[in-house]
Ligand binder design. Structure first.
Ligand SMILES: [Zn+2]
Length: 391
């Protein structure tokens, strides 16, 4: 080592100018590398940043090439309605929570769907908090339901049901109306087996980078007394230059259905998971979460609602649900907050929750915009008073 240093010293003494020039070149190269790294230029460009609480804005949502919206539904009831927009193609998954939600949903959807066409509609299962908005109300002879208000390209629905309710019968009438207007109607089972013209995969863009994939679970063909387990499950896959993003929607699927879903599909890790069954303690099981490892979770519910139970641990989103999900992410968001169920009062929690993909140069980033605020569930006042974060 000492010998080598001596040699360098000797060379420097012999050629001082050359040595100085070399030293300057080395310093310049190091400086350029540092600048490129710090400002993410050229080979140091971080093309796909990890998803997180990346605050967005509503203008960016309108311009985004892909956006996923979890809607507030305009009343005190928990229910599901998810809008996916990819270019001029829209997918609406469910239309809860009650018949008067149809108008709330239409007002929202019309901000993003300007041609009156919903290319795809999915009805996950036959419960009223998922199908009521498809039916809507009769207003002086007109019908406000989503299936009456829009031209629907393809409707994919549950294969099985035990439903006998009035709202279910009205839903069937609405589906028949859509069919009479040219809508192609398939069950999830037909999609999975690709029978009668149904497909397992529907591309939402011309470049075929964004696909809506109907997943398999056994209750597409087996019977169950748990209506929730009939839920249609879909995986939205977005292939980007450097990273593929996945988004999972399982309706109100419960433990047995989730188990079958894991056993029958090569599920990827997902950027976003719609919290199973409104954040119920009966869904979003460890078996599923351990495979999909969600980075973000959106829950469609009225936090603390006593609609289904007065056991405060189990009101949506349940403590058991939070305990399981918190192992994977702290990015959990909820649409609505119950104030007083009996009085019918509620307010926005996050409000409408929107995840969208924003292109930045050659890559892109997943961002979040909520109509009320972007506060994580664990940081809300309701959470501090009602739940514990174990992480
Ligand atoms: Zn539900």
């Amino acid at each position: 080592m000492a010998n080598r240093r001596k040699k360098v010293q000797k060379a420097a003494n012999k050629h001082p100018k050359l040595f100085l020039a070399l030293a300057i070149i080395v310093i310049c190269i190091v400086a350029v590398i540092v600048v490129l790294y710090v400002f993410e230029i050229g080979p140091f460009k971080r093309k796909d940043k990890p998803a997180g609480n990346l605050d967005g804005n509503v203008t960016e949502v309108s311009d985004a090439e892909l956006s996923i919206h979890f809607l507030e539904l305009g009343n005190k009831y928990t229910g599901d309605c998810t809008l996916i927009k990819c270019g001029n193609t829209e997918v609406l998954i469910d239309a809860g929570s009650r018949q008067n939600s149809a108008a709330t949903i239409k007002d929202y959807v019309d901000q993003y769907c300007t041609d009156g066409v919903l290319e795809y509609v999915i009805a996950t299962h036959a419960h009223q908090d998922h199908i009521s908005g498809f039916v809507g109300n009769s207003v002086s002879g007109g019908r406000t339901g989503i299936l009456y208000q829009y031209k629907v390209g393809t409707l994919i629905q549950f294969a099985g049901t035990n439903a006998t309710s009035q709202i279910y019968n009205n839903y069937i009438n609405a589906v028949e109306y859509a069919q009479s207007q040219g809508t192609e109607v398939y069950t999830a089972k037909q999609c999975w087996y690709e029978t009668d013209g149904a497909k397992k995969t529907y591309y939402l863009d011309e470049a075929q980078k964004v696909s809506l994939n109907i997943l398999y679970q056994k209750f597409y063909e087996e019977t169950t007394s748990d209506e929730n387990d009939y839920s249609v499950c879909t995986l939205l896959t977005q292939v980007n230059e450097n990273k593929t993003y996945n988004y999972l929607f399982t309706g109100d699927l419960e433990e047995e259905g989730e188990s079958s879903l894991v056993d029958n599909n090569a599920l990827p890790e997902v950027e976003l998971f719609k919290g199973g069954h409104h954040g119920s303690y009966t869904a979003s099981t460890e078996k599923l979460l351990n495979v999909i490892k969600p980075k973000n979770v959106a829950v469609c519910c009225c936090c603390g609602t006593t609609e289904y139970t007065s056991n405060t641990d189990n009101t949506f989103p349940a403590q058991a649900f939070i305990d399981r999900v918190s192992k994977y992410t702290e990015n959990v968001y909820c649409t609505t907050l119950m104030i007083d169920y009996k009085a019918g009062t509620y307010e926005s929690m996050n409000g409408n929750i929107v995840f969208y993909y924003k292109r930045e140069g050659e890559g892109g980033v997943l961002k979040l915009y909520c109509s009320n605020n972007n506060t994580k569930l664990k940081d809300t006042e309701w959470f501090r008073q009602n739940r514990v974060w174990k992480g």
